[in-house]
Design a protein around this ligand. Structure first.
Ligand code: DAT
Ligand code: MG
Length: 152
């Protein structure tokens, strides 16, 4: 089964609320392999690029302000079906509708404070990882001794 890549962002509210470790833990426990991770401040330019698809939406300005308001932790994760698996772990966009057991369903209430980002397609996973990480910051070649117990 082909490996997919997803960009995960622990958004400013996640970092401020001390949920960074809990959020990373859930993706790690799911079996996704970390190939890049860093603590950073998102610039307005990068935020506008990342959320370009939402440029015309009324919430765009607030979204850019939110993601640039305080540092974030970004991760590039790899795995079979990584896109769908990570989206499942994250939960629905509107946290009050998110299932219990998901990150948003367990820790968030409002769409503008929904704690975490995950890429929504294989193509966007590749693009978004490239927007946030240089090649030198990624380590796609490493493997875990547990990989055969996670990937068939
Ligand atoms: P997701 O983050 O689940 O991929 P999305 O890509 O549709 O959701 O939207 C990106 C972010 O934009 C989302 O995390 C929160 C914000 N957003 C989306 N829909 C919104 C809405 N109707 N009102 C306010 N903010 C919204
Ligand atoms: Mg999205």
């Amino acid at each position: 089964m082909p490996m997919e890549r997803t960009l995960i962002i622990v958004k400013p509210d996640g970092v401020q609320r001390g949920l960074t470790g809990e959020i990373i833990r859930r993706f790690e426990a799911r079996g996704l392999r970390i190939i890049g991770m860093k603590f950073m401040q998102v610039s307005t330019e990068l935020a506008e690029k990342h959320y370009a698809i939402h440029r015309e939406r009324p919430f765009f300005a607030g979204l850019v302000k939110y993601i640039t308001s305080s540092p974030v932790v970004v991760m590039a994760l790899e795995g079979t079906n990584a896109i769908a698996a990570a989206r499942g772990t994250i939960g629905s966009t509107k946290p009050h509708e998110a299932a219990a057991g998901t990150i948003r369903g367990d820790f968030a209430l409002e769409v503008g404070r929904n704690l975490v980002h995950g890429s929504d397609s294989v193509e966007n996973g590749q693009i978004e990882v490239g927007n946030f990480f240089t090649e030198a910051e990624l380590h796609p070649g490493w493997s875990r001794n547990t990989d055969p117990w996670i990937f068939e």
